[in-house]
Design a protein around this ligand. Structure first.
Ligand SMILES: [Zn+2]
Length: 711
């Protein structure tokens, strides 16, 4: 996943949705003593986390908003006739203080939060939304933007500048710049409420997830877990000043621990904790929040002239319309569910052979599918993990693949300050040994870290601003007990390659304008470089280089490698089905018209999934509505399908590499120059087709996911 800047002008701001801004009050509390006051003097303008205190963020961000508003107003009030330079280029240069303060804040508030930062976030959410509105709904400013836009064909602009004009103009219109003054006021109100609700959702969910951790007084309930898992569970309990063992919840419906737990009651309890985490009728129940948020988004879309939130969101995406995304998903449903049903039958056979005497339930799936995996492929996760020590995976796998493809190299920098001691920093060098970027990684799970994994940036690349990228990856991999190595699963390996694919997209950016830089692309394109990068995890020349035993250094035995490859598409039916269910659910929520009544989330969820033939006893959606953070708080609303859409792109792209000699510098350099360095500087369908030689096709996806036989 990727933490995205929602609106290009508001670099770094999260998807908060609008109000009035105390433009002067903030300036007073902000002065040279604040570490954000001047641009960072660290290499690459890295945030000075050694100097930043929790109470520095709010005054800096508020002063940053005020500064940007003054800069924008100066552009709007310019007595000279509007030109590309004095309007578009000038706008690109605004908001530097806001950018550096909010980028650092977003990073820390998501990955290492605390009650102070949560309060700051809640207080800033509506102000940031109001700030966006103050720019996009500024009539004088829009008049200049529209004037240049109208004349764009005769201005002899270079292609990137022309793209900037079109993208910026569309953003203004998309944000309501063409509305009447009364409707603009209404829009601001809706945006403000939406941002407050999104933020409330995040805060509730974090607390609800923490509360729903499974606790056990003794080991008996945890039969099946390894010594290392038990030690980690003991540590997790002590970290909360509790006795016994504690299994924290991951953000998904299914919990990785279920694969090893042999006690059925424990599994069922953990599953119910997960499924009901945000529906317990207490202060952290999110159902009212999301029901209102869905309604409000529909009302906002109507105000902006769209039939639904989804129609509004998809207009500037590769898919263009909800209908196109839905048709793409609907076509996958029968293939995915047929494969999942077959997998379920295999599992039921194991249960019956062991005289289980019960019908497969979701909490049994991973435990027994692990046994099917063992029986069929003789593959044991515990046997595999010693070959995936995290540092090997990172430096000899993730980094190595990038070196082979793109010629870049990495050196750890211990002198760059970090926001938490687990964070590591690397300087990335280009082919010619010139500095290219800084890369931070923060891989281990913490209770104060939002669930899942993501990439974002502290500094974006821009030739205009003379900045090089400062990128970070965050994940929630299990933290080993002190002194123990971090041995991770193959799916964790994939997560690292995935997030690093986003990182490459950010680091290779070579654009003039910050708005068009790096990962500032459509949502249904942005997961393409990340998912594409996953392919190298299993590529022989890469895999053999990193998959070495953490104690002996021996490479993984050939027969074990063979098993991993054979098992790669194992459980694919389940995974595709749970993803499709979440993606269809997202689209159903956001296809609601403004006239729809306030929904009961549980009833809505059930009927939406039934309609799509995805209400399945044994295969629940990857996220339930009440804890679907991607769509309520992380900017993926009406956009979760993008993971599948970009799956089509990444498999299709990998097919090109496969047809042209695989992993080598020539292929890497071509991909870098035609795709990864281009940001949003060209229409993305055209950009893709120029590199690929044709439009993307779903065939490669069917092949790589082993779905051909189910078709
Ligand atoms: Zn991603």
């Amino acid at each position: 996943m990727l933490k995205h800047m929602t609106l290009p002008l508001i670099a770094g701001a999260l998807a908060f949705g609008a109000a009035h801004l105390p433009a002067h009050a903030a300036d007073a509390a902000f002065g040279p003593a604040n570490p954000f006051y001047a641009p960072s003097s660290l290499p690459f303008h890295a945030p000075p986390f050694d100097l930043i205190k929790d109470d520095d963020y709010q005054p800096a961000i508020e002063a940053g908003m005020a500064e940007q508003l003054r800069e924008m107003q100066a552009i709007a009030d310019n007595p000279h006739a509007p030109t590309f330079e004095n309007t578009f280029v000038a706008m690109e240069k605004t908001g530097r203080l806001l950018q550096r303060a909010s980028a650092a804040f977003n990073g820390v508030a998501s990955a290492n939060t605390n009650p102070t930062l949560q309060k700051v976030r809640a207080s800033l959410a509506p102000k940031l939304a109001a700030h966006q509105d103050a720019i996009y709904l500024n009539e004088k400013l829009f008049a200049r933007v529209a004037a240049v836009y109208k004349e764009r064909a005769s201005l002899k602009l270079d292609p990137e500048s022309l793209r900037l004009v079109e993208v910026t103009y569309d953003e203004f219109v998309h944000s309501g710049a063409n509305l009447s003054p009364e409707d603009k006021a209404k829009l601001k109100q809706l945006n403000e409420e939406a941002s407050t609700l999104s933020n409330a959702f995040s805060t509730k969910l974090l607390a609800a997830t923490k509360d729903a951790a499974y606790t056990a007084a003794d080991k008996a309930a945890l039969a099946g877990m390894s010594e290392a898992q038990l030690t980690a569970a003991g540590q997790a309990a002590r970290a909360r000043n509790q006795q016994g063992y504690l299994l924290p919840l991951q953000n998904t419906t299914q919990q990785p621990d279920l694969a090893s737990l042999s006690n059925r009651l424990t599994r069922e309890t953990i599953f119910h904790n997960s499924w009901n985490r945000a529906e317990r009728g207490d202060a952290n129940d999110t159902r009212d929040t999301i029901a209102r948020l869905a309604q409000l988004r529909a009302q906002r879309a109507q105000l902006l002239g769209y039939s639904s939130h989804a129609a509004w969101k998809l207009e500037d995406q590769m898919a263009k319309t909800p209908e196109a995304a839905i048709a793409f998903m609907d076509a996958l449903v029968p293939v995915a569910t047929a494969k999942a049903a077959k997998e379920g039958q295999d599992i039921q056979q194991v249960i019956d052979a062991q005289h289980g005497g019960f019908t497969l339930q979701p909490w049994d799936w991973d435990y027994y599918s692990e046994q099917v995996r063992k029986a069929r492929y003789d593959l044991d996760e515990a046997q595999v993990k010693p070959y995936f020590e995290i540092n090997n995976v990172l430096e000899k796998g993730v980094f190595y693949a990038a070196t082979q493809l793109y010629g870049i190299t990495f050196t750890e920098r211990k002198d760059i300050p970090v926001y938490q001691p687990d964070v590591r920093v690397f300087e990335v060098f280009d082919v010619n040994s010139k500095p290219l970027a800084l890369f931070y990684c923060d891989y281990f799970k913490r209770d104060n870290k939002q669930g899942g994994a993501w990439m974002s940036e502290f500094v974006g690349q821009s030739k205009l601003l003379g900045t090089l990228p400062v990128i970070y990856n965050v994940a929630n991999l299990p933290k080993p007990a002190p002194g123990e190595p971090a041995l991770i699963s193959f799916s964790d390996v994939i997560t690292m390659f995935h997030e690093f694919g986003h990182a490459l997209h950010g680091m290779f950016s070579n654009t003039e304008y910050p708005s068009l830089s790096g990962t500032s692309t459509a949502r249904d394109f942005v997961e393409f470089p990340s998912q594409f990068n996953e392919h190298w995890a299993i590529y022989p020349a890469v895999f053999n280089h990193y998959a070495k035993h953490y104690q002996t250094g021996e490479p993984m035995p050939a027969e074990l490698v063979e098993k991993i490859k054979k098992a790669k598409n194992f459980n694919e039916g389940y995974q595709l089905t749970e993803l499709l269910a979440a993606a269809e659910l997202d689209m159903e929520w956001h296809a609601l018209p403004a006239s729809a009544p306030l929904q009961d989330p549980d009833a809505f969820e059930k009927s939406a999934l039934e309609k799509k033939h995805l209400w399945l006893t044994a295969v629940p959606p990857r996220y339930r509505s009440s804890y679907f953070s991607h769509i309520w708080a992380s900017g993926y609303s009406a956009g979760y399908y993008a993971y599948l859409w970009t799956e089509m792109l990444d498999d299709d792209a990998y097919q090109w590499f496969d047809d042209h000699g695989g992993l080598n510098r020539a292929n890497g350099d071509r991909f870098r120059s035609m795709v990864l360095s281009r940001g949003n500087t060209e229409d993305l369908s055209a950009l893709y087709a120029a590199w690929r030689g044709s439009a993307p096709h779903v065939d490669a996806m069917m092949k790589y996911r082993g779905l051909e036989d189910a078709r």
